[in-house]
Design a protein around this ligand. Structure first.
Ligand code: GLC
Length: 529
């Protein structure tokens, strides 16, 4: 059996640090809090945690506006806390993946302050500065993801600078070798401290067109969407030159044993897979967000599975993501009952699964009152449903008033159901979603067919999605009822290893099997003869 790397056989768990565990009463999670809760992660069976940005930042975009790449924001702790986190994680066999935000800095980063200070500052060319266009207008039509033009006028030096996101997040100029050098040094800074890999923010957006051509109009745009979608980002994202940069980052990691480069990339499958790079020397895991975007029905998911497997370059390792800090939570998207089916899907698919914190207890989007909104995506374009606060709320650990998250005022409200839907309550309940996650991960760990095995026989019958994972003689059939009606499914003889309802383990399957509404099962198929 082929030896898999930890990032291939393992399960990744994303931590949004502001909302995981507060230890100093400021209502915001911190590094000592993550350390305090590592045992939860370990008990769940996780192999690696990815922590969203923890660097010093004015927090205009909650840490995705970095003011210093080589330090820790005081609200989260300090470098000593970080070293302790690494040591505590490693001693439990857990890897630590950091969020790396190379596309843009904060406008408070010393690099930008220098760059902005005068046109002939040596760092001027570290960012993307342009003269005004005709009649003093914008240099071109490029738009910001958070609404409005992507160009901000600097009155003192009489030029515009480019920002893909907020004006507080100026884009770095990745065509400048000095920028590359400085950012590779940042990677080494953390690798030397023992970090096991990086999730790279908006990796596909790093390079922009060198001729600054206008983006074409998106004729499919509907006004209920973000205004950013009015144009197609042809000249501002997924430029061919980006692959060279990905390969350079990868080369930095390859100087250290066993590290992983993960890319945040929202692109169609055919484009996404190009980020594995030439000779697989790009990202080892270009994040696959297909399940986040898919319509939740058996046919759509089967199609995605087939397309993705077919598109993977030879030797490339697949991965699957169900949720993250930018998208509505899975239980809110598809309902509580289907969230259990989704867990079984995620943890039996071929490739590395990534779990967003709180999905293991079925956290839902928490409604945020207008005066409590924090996210600039909502503040800048209110009412379109773009806000990401609902999926970033504090983790409820127990049934106490503030859920064991803080003794202060939580920076975002706890969910209305936290008194019953919390980690402690679910630990005590045999049928809980938390227990299902735990069992699924244990099954995955204990059965090479689920980690190493090929995936085949993807089939759809009405609301039923089925597939097999096979390793040598071991054959596991996964049958998922994505509908709300019971169904009868034909299956070869075998024995149930797990049901999403957690009650059929050991049941013999003969001619076929009855699935209850919203039920999924894993069956070990008997070896013929
Ligand atoms: C990524 C992050 C998102 C952030 C944006 C800008 O998409 O996931 O949270 O707002 O990049 O850095």
């Amino acid at each position: 059996m082929e030896d898999l790397k930890w990032w291939q056989s393992g399960v990744i768990y994303q931590i949004y640090p502001r909302s995981f565990q507060d230890t100093n009463g400021d209502g915001i999670g911190d590094l000592p809090g993550i350390i305090q809760r590592l045992n939860h992660v370990v008990r769940l069976g996780i192999d690696a945690i990815w922590i969203c940005p923890i660097y010093p930042s004015p927090m205009a975009d909650f840490g995705y506006d970095v003011a210093d790449y080589c330090d820790i924001a005081p609200i989260f702790g300090n470098l000593a806390d970080f070293d302790r986190l690494i040591a505590e994680a490693h001693s439990r066999g857990l890897r630590v993946i950091l969020d790396f935000v190379p596309n843009h800095t904060s406008n408070q980063h010393s690099w930008f302050l220098e760059s902005q200070s005068s046109r002939d500052n040596p760092k001027r060319n570290w960012y993307i500065w342009k003269d005004a266009g005709q009649e003093g207008g914008l240099p071109n039509n490029w738009l910001s993801h958070f609404g409005g033009p992507a160009w901000e006028w600097d009155e003192a030096t009489k030029q515009y600078y480019y920002h893909s996101f907020l004006k507080e997040q100026p884009d770095l100029n990745w065509r400048n070798p000095a920028v590359k050098q400085a950012m590779c040094d940042v990677l080494r800074f953390w690798l030397d401290r023992g970090v096991d890999g990086f999730r790279v923010d908006v990796l596909w957006m790093l390079i922009k067109d060198d001729q600054f051509r206008d983006n074409p109009v998106n004729h499919g745009y509907v006004p209920s969407e973000s205004s950013y979608k009015r144009l197609l980002p042809l000249f501002t994202a997924n430029r061919p030159e980006v692959h060279e940069i990905v390969a350079e980052m990868r080369a930095v990691l390859d100087r250290y044993p066993d590290r992983v480069l993960i890319g945040e990339i929202y692109l169609p499958i055919e484009e996404l897979v190009t980020y594995y790079g030439r000779d697989l020397k790009g990202a080892q895991l270009p994040f696959n967000f297909q399940l986040i975007q898919a319509a939740w029905n058996a046919r759509s998911i089967a199609e995605i599975m087939d397309q993705y497997e077919a598109a993977l370059p030879l030797g490339a390792w697949p991965n699957w993501v169900l949720g993250n800090h930018d998208k509505a939570r899975i239980a809110s998207r598809i309902g509580e009952a289907q969230a259990r089916v989704a867990a079984m899907l995620l943890l039996t698919l071929h490739g590395t699964p990534t779990i967003y914190y709180g999905e293991e207890i079925g956290m839902k989007d928490v409604p945020i009152a207008p005066d409590k909104v924090q996210d600039p995506a909502e503040k800048n374009e209110p009412g379109l449903g773009l806000g990401r606060d609902p999926e970033r709320t504090p983790m409820p650990w127990d049934g106490s008033l503030l859920a064991g998250f803080t003794i202060g005022t939580p920076w975002l409200p706890l969910g209305p159901d936290h008194a019953s839907a919390n980690v402690a309550a679910m630990c005590d309940s045999d049928e809980s979603l938390l227990n299902l996650y735990h069992r699924l991960i244990a099954l995955r760990r204990g059965n090479p067919a689920l980690t190493h095995g090929i995936i085949e026989a993807v089939g759809v019958e009405g609301n039923i999605l089925s597939y097999e994972r096979r390793q040598g003689n071991d054959r596991l059939a996964i049958v998922l009822n994505l509908g709300h009606e019971p169904a009868q499914v034909s299956l070869p003889p075998g024995r149930v290893l797990l049901s999403t309802h957690l009650d059929r383990v050991g049941e013999d399957v003969d001619q076929g099997v009855s699935l209850r509404t919203d039920e999924g099962i894993i069956v070990r198929v008997s070896i013929e003869g």
